[in-house]
Ligand binder design. Structure first.
Ligand code: SF4
Ligand code: SF4
Length: 356
């Protein structure tokens, strides 16, 4: 549990740290355990002290402890909710434990009744990927936007691969979902496909995984320790400094964690330089690449084959739509595309995203 004193220190540290707009996400553990008094004070304090940075807020929670009182506090600060549901009850509860689904849905209803925006992340594992159709329909039927997360090998326990989704399976899943999305373009919403496609079109990563995240994202542990990202919290070797010491960016740059994150950036510049997707992939997530090796920078994100697969697929389909066949390059600014007959294509999806 982070004390209010530490929240105050976070605000004091952030105040002069950077001039850019800031988004603060409450993460856990389970952040609703902190209770309404904590959020009433923390949201007020952070909004007030950091008003020049125009702070926005978010929370990542399983929603079990959501109450009307909490929901009203979050609504007052327009806090969007990120939660997790892995598909229909039977699939979800195998992965997350009996009773999970009902408790999350109960909290979801309270959040919605109070006007909160809720989005679910769906973790696909090596087991659940066989039920991808059921999972897709579950999200469709409930009107939920789908954001997927591939299960990674665990860094703890003696069976790290038990749930992990192999990169090839992840790539196949992305292409399967792209097709389902195009078949249901008017009703479906698949966030990862949107983000990936937007990255290809704009030639720059649109989510942290595909953008050099170092120096743009930090996480603060409950004791005020600063990490490069929430995924490193609790790993002492990744602490970059403490909010109590009010480190500047230059101070953080002296830490081992900062140097390793930047070593990854340099590694990608060299190692991925022949890859046609380097500008909007940037080697993927540094945590995925270097946390499992204990800090050795020796490879790109292990999901590289999946990223290549979906980026290639976008480019190939786009070339076909624009030119009829011959895959050359993206063809931006090239000839006008052919008129659509039947199933929607990549350009239709792009138009939908632009119009929304
Ligand atoms: S380490 Fe990975 S998850 Fe964390 S901010 Fe960077 S890309 Fe995102
Ligand atoms: S797709 Fe693979 S090789 Fe290409 S930039 Fe991404 S991680 Fe590197």
């Amino acid at each position: 549990m982070m004390s209010m004193e530490t929240i105050r220190e976070v605000a004091a540290w952030l105040k002069d740290f950077d001039e850019r707009q800031v988004t603060i996400t409450f993460h856990g553990g389970e952040p609703l355990l902190a209770g309404p008094k904590f959020y009433r004070e923390a949201l007020h304090l952070l909004s007030d002290e950091l008003s020049h940075l125009k702070p926005t807020f978010a929370i990542q929670t399983n929603l079990w402890l959501m109450t009307p009182e909490l929901a009203q506090i979050f609504a007052a600060y327009q806090v969007p909710i990120g939660s997790s549901i892995d598909g229909p009850k039977e699939i979800n509860d195998i992965q997350r434990g009996t009773g999970y689904f009902d408790k999350t849905m109960h909290g979801y209803r309270i959040a919605r009744e109070n006007g909160l925006f809720v989005r679910f992340i769906c973790t696909f594992t090596r087991q659940s990927v066989d039920h991808r159709e059921e999972i897709f329909h579950f999200f469709m039927e409930n009107g939920f936007a789908l954001k997927l997360h591939p299960a990674l090998p665990s860094l703890k326990g003696d069976n790290p691969e038990k749930w992990a989704l192999a990169p090839e399976k992840y790539g196949d899943l992305l292409i399967y979902l792209l097709d389902k999305y195009l078949e249901n373009l008017d009703t479906a919403e698949i966030m990862n496909i949107n983000d990936l496609l937007k990255s290809v079109f704009t030639r720059t990563g649109n989510v942290c995984t595909f953008n050099d995240c170092m120096g743009n994202t930090f996480a603060i542990g409950p004791d005020g320790s600063i990490y490069p990202c929430y995924r490193f919290v609790g790993m002492p070797e990744w602490v970059m400094g403490k909010v109590y010491e009010r480190p500047t960016k230059a101070d953080l740059a002296e830490s081992r964690a900062w140097k390793l994150m930047h070593a990854f950036k340099d590694f990608v510049d060299e190692h991925c330089k022949e890859c046609p997707h380097i500008r909007y992939c940037r080697g993927g997530c540094p945590y995925n690449a270097i946390a499992p090796t204990g800090g050795r920078v020796e490879a790109e994100d292990p999901h590289c084959p999946a990223y290549k697969q979906i980026f290639d697929e976008f480019n190939d389909r786009l070339n076909k739509e624009l030119y009829g066949s011959a895959p050359t390059d993206m063809g931006m600014g090239g000839p006008r595309r052919k008129k659509r007959k039947g199933k929607a294509g990549i350009m239709d999806l792009m138009q939908k995203m632009v119009s929304e």
